[in-house]
Write a protein of this length. Structure first.
Length: 388
């Protein structure tokens, strides 16, 4: 199988569309994993494994063993652990042993036993969705765990053998203050994770928070207060040994998320599962988002893919390459842009680059064009300028 392969980096994203409870801010594709959903979860796991066995081998034959695997959701650990480890086993058997294998987890859905089974099945990295170490805020945003349960889950992961753990934190939450955020950051740092992701709250359409905001019942921090929280995070985390390598992500040296870096560096990845997205051979697609429809389609051998960019042009591809790369601290590799598109970046974006260098939002050095710290703060404005 490997003789004709042209080895190159590639990834797999597998989506688990179940949660114990929907969080007030979440607009991801997921549903409650209650006792009534057990049969569907078994059917879903079987369908997902069938899709893996159908879609993975051709890519492995072309590119060699997979580089990274990421199981996200939803909450993957809302699945019974036997089903989740079966999925992981199928992935690794079909795709080969990855350099990095991440599983997302909610602190309220894991213990030493389930985490040890995940580790034994091949997971090498755990991403814990903590969001806050303030019980009042955790209740307000609909999380099912407490701050102490988050600490317990983290320690259980260490006992289970995980040496690469990421924590998610959020800021700009309803009634949250800068002091609240500082308390959570200090609690996170006390655990000494290898990686920290930080996200500002965005009130997404169709969520409980959106409904509350429409009714005037959502007490969000002011823009100035949220900006103060952002500034604190951007200064404090690097000062405590976590380098900012992407707009929302910080890591100790060598612990950057390889899978997520692949997204921003134009690395192809296979998306499997309901609502999963993929990018192979320059084509992006999204899978059927309805879980029942997804299961039926797989069971009857039908495609679950819907192309997202049937009319995608070379110009679209350059735009996408630029704004994805700009999310990283490293920025756009100008030589790679030239190799990929056969044109120098100045020919396409020279005026835009000069404009934002003058404004202090872009920097240029050693063959890379990247956002400055000020540019990362105003990233959306800069990204928009690279879209024609």
């Amino acid at each position: 199988m490997m003789n004709n392969a042209q080895v190159r980096p590639w990834g797999i994203y597998a989506h688990i569309p179940y949660c114990v409870k929907k969080c007030a801010y979440c607009d991801f594709v997921s549903s409650a994993a209650d006792k009534n959903a057990r049969v569907e979860m078994e059917d879903y796991a079987a369908a997902l494994r069938a899709e893996i066995l159908r879609e993975v081998p051709p890519l492995r034959a072309r590119w060699g063993d997979v580089t990274t695997i990421y199981i996200g959701g939803g909450t993957p650990t809302a699945l019974p652990i036997a089903l989740l480890t079966e999925i992981l086993h199928t992935l690794i058997t079909a795709a080969g042993l990855p350099q990095e294998c991440t599983v997302e987890a909610n602190p309220g859905t894991v213990d030493v036993n389930s985490l040890a089974q995940l580790r034994a099945a091949g997971a090498t990295r755990l991403s814990l969705g903590v969001q806050s170490f303030d019980d009042r805020l955790l209740r307000a945003i609909g999380r099912i765990h407490t701050a102490e349960e988050a600490r317990t889950a983290f320690r259980a992961a260490r006992v289970a053998g995980f040496t690469n753990i990421s924590l998610d934190l959020m800021y700009g939450l309803p009634t949250q203050t800068l002091d609240d955020l500082k308390t959570s950051v200090n609690a996170a740092l006390a655990l000494a994770p290898e990686h920290i992701s930080v996200y500002g709250l965005i009130v997404e359409e169709g969520t409980s928070f959106a409904a509350a905001e429409a009714q005037g019942r959502l007490a969000l921090p002011s823009e100035d207060a949220a900006e103060e929280m952002y500034d604190y995070l951007m200064e404090e985390l690097p000062a405590r040994g976590y380098a900012r390598y992407e707009i929302s992500n910080f890591a100790r040296r060598g612990y950057e998320s390889r899978h997520n870096l692949g997204y921003w560096r134009n690395v192809p990845y296979l998306g499997v599962g309901a609502a999963a997205h993929g990018y192979v051979d320059g084509v992006r697609w999204g899978n059927e988002p309805d879980t029942e429809n997804y299961i039926r389609a797989i069971q009857t051998g039908r495609s679950v893919r819907t192309p997202e960019d049937a009319e995608r042009t070379r110009e679209n591809a350059m735009e996408e390459y630029a704004f994805l790369a700009l999310r990283t601290r490293e920025g756009i590799d100008e030589a790679d842009f030239h190799r990929t598109f056969g044109v120098r970046i100045d020919t396409v974006y020279g005026a835009v680059i000069e404009k934002y260098i003058t404004q202090g939002l872009l920097r240029r050095a050693n063959g890379f064009t990247a956002l400055t710290n000020a540019g990362m703060k105003l990233g959306n404005e800069v990204f928009a300028a690279f879209l024609h």
